[in-house]
Design a protein around this ligand. Structure first.
Ligand SMILES: NC(=O)c1ccc[n+]([C@@H]2O[C@H](COP(=O)([O-])OP(=O)(O)OC[C@H]3O[C@@H](n4cnc5c(N)ncnc54)[C@H](O)[C@@H]3O)[C@@H](O)[C@H]2O)c1
Length: 280
């Protein structure tokens, strides 16, 4: 295992104003990274930028207001990072939301924008097209590796989608030529605004049950940020899904690696056909 040293590296982060993104931002700056973060929150964004500048006076941090669902805004923010740093070597697609009533918006933020951000970063980083290589992390959720999460089906679907997308690119036969490492961050429930549900329908849990939730083993945003650095420090983790959760007050992490020996789809069909006659 060897580390990706983020010191003096140019980093692009979405959704860095609050929550997990903000905790990652702070930890990156503490490691000497240069970070441009974007967020839709035009109040918290500049506040966080000011607080980070105070905390890291010699650091390089800047905020760009951006709705990641707006392709032009996302591209402009990414381009600003490239211009500022010369190159972006780590891209973290983190912005997300949970709202089953506004499920198309959830897909737009959690899935479409993360895919767009990933493809933009890949195009920029690819060594076979003159880039410096780099790392792309998509922030999913532990729900990416769970089935049957009835409380928030669309949210869960977007997280499965990002696990599928990210591991698929990581498995590209041209991966070496791209020089790009991919990772999926999969935290369990965290104490952030995303989970502070306030109205019926936002998730399929009744409000009185929401109020009675036991959050003892929920992660703080800072604890969730550990997963980014464990994954970042492991250069052999291309395509890895980093799970992070808490049990009895202790934080645990587990790296799930995709199975590269996946049965070719034609064989799967063959097996399916074989079981059919016996079933009928
Ligand atoms: N909180 C949890 O329990 C939890 C667990 C696992 C994964 N996650 C994932 O972690 C990521 C961060 O979530 P969080 O818990 O820190 O939530 P949060 O609500 O605290 O922060 C999300 C950030 O994304 C920003 N954002 C939302 N929509 C945006 C848009 N259209 N354009 C730009 N910025 C936008 C918000 O303004 C906010 O700053 C999300 O992808 C979320 O799905 C959260």
């Amino acid at each position: 295992m060897s580390k990706m040293d983020v010191k003096d590296k140019g980093i692009f982060l979405t959704g860095g104003a609050v929550g997990i993104g903000r905790a990652v931002l702070e930890a990156l700056l503490a490691r000497g990274a240069k970070v441009l973060f974007c967020d839709i929150d035009k109040v918290k964004g500049p506040e966080t930028e000011a607080e980070m500048r105070k905390q890291f006076p010699s650091g390089d941090v800047s905020f760009v207001p951006c709705d990641v669902t707006n392709a032009d805004q996302l591209k402009a923010a990414f381009t600003q990072a490239v211009t500022r740093f010369g190159a972006v070597e780590l891209c973290i697609n983190n912005a997300g939301l949970m709202d089953e009533q506004n499920w198309e918006r959830v897909i737009a933020v959690n899935q479409v924008a993360q895919i767009r951000g990933s493809l933009m970063a890949l195009e920029h980083m690819r060594r076979d097209r003159g880039g410096r290589g780099g790392v792309i992390f998509n922030v999913a959720s532990i729900n990416a590796v769970y089935y049957g999460v009835w409380e928030f089906p669309v949210y869960t679907a977007t997280k499965h989608a990002m696990a599928g997308f990210t591991t698929s690119w990581a498995n590209s036969p041209d991966s070496e030529a791209h020089g790009v490492r991919w990772g999926v961050i999969c935290p369990h429930a965290c104490l952030t605004a995303l989970n502070a549900w306030e109205r019926d329908g936002q998730v399929y849990v009744k409000m009185d049950e929401v109020k009675a939730r036991d959050t003892t083993n929920w992660l703080t945003a800072k604890e969730a940020s550990y997963a980014f650095f464990t994954l970042l420090d492991d250069n052999d983790s291309n395509g890895g899904l980093m799970k992070i959760w808490k049990e009895n007050g202790q934080v645990f992490q587990e790296l799930l690696m995709m199975d590269k020996s996946t049965v070719p789809i034609t064989d799967l069909y063959a097996k399916y056909k074989k079981v059919q006659p016996a079933d009928q």
